[in-house]
Ligand binder design. Structure first.
Ligand SMILES: C=CC1=C(C)c2cc3[nH]c(cc4nc(cc5[nH]c(cc1n2)c(C)c5CCC(=O)O)C(CCC(=O)O)=C4C)c(C)c3C=C
Ligand SMILES: [Fe+2]
Ligand SMILES: [Fe+2]
Length: 351
């Protein structure tokens, strides 16, 4: 009989491997080089995802291929060139560093029984490749941890799609858990608060603190995406922990693409308004980004710094993401341990 499906399995391999658990960190992904020809396939994959842009496929295909992919790759490549490092894209370098430090920490805490791997939602290594690689190593329990503290269908939801697609191809999928969000996790809030306080201890305190989150279309929130609520909850928790009022700690949304309204207030309008209103030093943190990337290093620390100065401000000071700091590694390790409760590989792990 011809077979209608070809599932990936471990034919011939022992079905009694050293049972292992794995944590798969997933970040957005980034181009392989800061050039239009490398940015184009990255944007094509990203912007073809219906979770990100939900217009009717035929209409969007015409706009994407007819207009956007002719114009945007050159513009984005120019932005990537401003932040590219000798090791590559900051998002990739930072995510790899975080994964390897989390591996070190969990290896110590769990006596070497847990694997940490990193996948990119768009580009390489893909979620599919990494899940197959883990399965070849004998991993039978998988915790997926998208590096997005706040859930959005456009980010976390899309990672869940990719995981589901990858598992569908397997003959014997592993046991699965997924972290939906960690926007109010106390250790995460404490790590953010301490990094802001430490930054202030070194550089002094600006007149106001702005928290800038990546935006999404307003329409998605009206349709039930909890992202706005979760951003506001993160901001509220930080405001309380840092003992600030809502005149001292403000929230805005950045990185708008296209013409429809996105979540407001917009970050660029907000920094200009603050400068025009007499604020001279403004501190900006981006708690929605686990690792620094184009959107923080170029859009905030460079572009919005320029907007702030053009409108009369002196300095917009970007407070770096948690990246591979000990505080972020420890808080994610604790999160992993909570979400794997009952899995034998995690029995007896230390804190
Ligand atoms: C067009 C729609 C977009 C939605 C919706 C969106 C949501 C969203 N994005 C992030 C995190 C990141 N986005 C990054 C870059 C980026 N985002 C969009 C578009 C949307 N994002 C584009 C087109 C780009 C590429 C750069 C550009 O051309 O402007 C990045 C940085 C990637 C890097 O390589 O450094 C991150 C991270 C979240 C969390 C989110 C929803 C909440
Ligand atoms: Fe984005
Ligand atoms: Fe941007």
């Amino acid at each position: 009989m011809p077979r209608s499906h070809d599932y990936t399995g471990l034919a011939g391999a022992s079905h009694d491997p050293v049972v292992q658990a794995a944590v798969l960190l997933v970040n957005l992904g980034t181009p392989d080089a800061p050039t239009p020809s490398a940015v184009r396939p990255y944007l094509a994959e990203f912007l073809s995802d219906p979770r990100v842009i939900d217009y009717p496929r035929w209409l969007w295909w015409l706009v994407l291929h007819g207009v956007i992919l002719r114009v945007r790759p050159a513009r984005s490549a120019h932005a990537y060139q401003r932040i590219w490092t000798p090791q590559g894209s900051p998002l990739r370098v930072g995510s790899e560093a975080l994964a390897s430090r989390l591996q070190e920490t969990l290896s110590v805490q769990c006596a070497g029984r847990v694997r940490v791997a990193l996948a990119m939602r768009y580009g390489q290594p893909s979620v599919h490749q990494q899940i197959e690689a883990l399965q070849r190593e004998g991993v039978r329990r998988l915790l997926v941890l998208p590096l997005y503290p706040q859930y959005s269908a456009t980010s976390t939801g899309s990672v869940i799609d990719a995981v589901a697609d990858a598992l569908k191809a397997l003959r014997w999928p592993p046991e699965l858990r997924v972290v939906n969000d960690y926007h109010e996790d106390p250790a995460h809030i404490e790590a953010l608060a301490q990094s802001i306080e430490q930054w202030w201890a070194t550089h002094g305190r600006g007149e106001k603190l702005l928290l800038s989150f990546h935006g999404i279309p307003e329409r998605y929130v009206r349709a039930g995406d909890p992202y706005l609520d979760q951003c506001q909850a993160t901001a509220r928790a930080l405001r309380e922990r840092l003992r600030l009022d809502d005149g001292q700690l403000l929230v805005s949304f950045q990185s708008r693409v296209g013409r429809e309204p996105w979540l407001q207030p917009y970050t660029d309008a907000t920094v200009r308004e603050l400068a025009r209103g007499g604020v001279r030093t403004l501190d900006v943190a981006c708690p929605g980004f686990a690792v620094d990337c184009l959107e923080t290093l170029e859009e905030i620390a460079m572009q919005n710094h320029e907007f702030f100065r053009e409108a009369g401000g002196d300095a917009l000071r970007y407070i770096p993401a948690l990246n591979d700091s000990a505080a972020q590694v420890e808080s994610l390790a604790a999160l992993v341990q909570r979400h794997t409760a009952g899995w034998p590989e995690f029995n007896g792990c230390t804190a």
